[in-house]
Design a protein around this ligand. Structure first.
Ligand SMILES: [Ca+2]
Ligand SMILES: [Ca+2]
Ligand SMILES: [Ca+2]
Length: 138
């Protein structure tokens, strides 16, 4: 039981971070360590070229313990990543998605235990500021 406590504390503090009414109007940038241009991903990333056009369209990073930290996908093969996966200790905690391919994330989906959607934030007007959010199960 005592091993559960710090873990829960972590989830609790995470769920409070940036998801809720206080995030409305906030400018939310792509998470640090991630890039839009597929050319910005260094050799430290594991990359793949799924459509064989010579440009990477998938990238994955792991930490020194070999746990996944990031994944990025160029869904429409335009040379800019548009679907980003952020992991904490190998568990998916957030997706950052550029739905209209303008190199600006407009949907942030927050997950609990890697699978449960805790809520999301959206920038529907395209000004880089959050204008919509939804929280589930609270
Ligand atoms: Ca490619
Ligand atoms: Ca793209
Ligand atoms: Ca966008």
């Amino acid at each position: 039981m005592r091993h559960l406590l710090p873990l829960w504390a972590l989830f609790f503090s995470f769920s409070l971070w940036g998801l809720g009414p206080e995030s409305i109007g906030e400018v939310r940038m792509l998470s640090e360590g991630l890039f839009y241009s597929v050319n910005d991903f260094s050799d430290e990333w594991i990359t793949a070229d799924r459509n064989n056009d010579g440009l990477p369209d998938y990238a994955m990073a792991v930490d020194e313990r070999n746990q996944k930290t990031f994944e990025a996908i160029d869904f429409n093969y335009d040379g800019f990543m548009d679907d980003f996966y952020v992991y904490s200790a190998d568990v998916l905690v957030r997706r950052e998605i550029d739905q209209n391919f303008d190199e600006q994330v407009d949907l942030w989906v927050y997950l609990r235990e890697g699978v449960y959607v805790e809520g999301y934030e959206r920038d529907t007007s395209g000004d880089g500021r959050i204008d919509t959010f939804k929280l589930y199960g609270q």
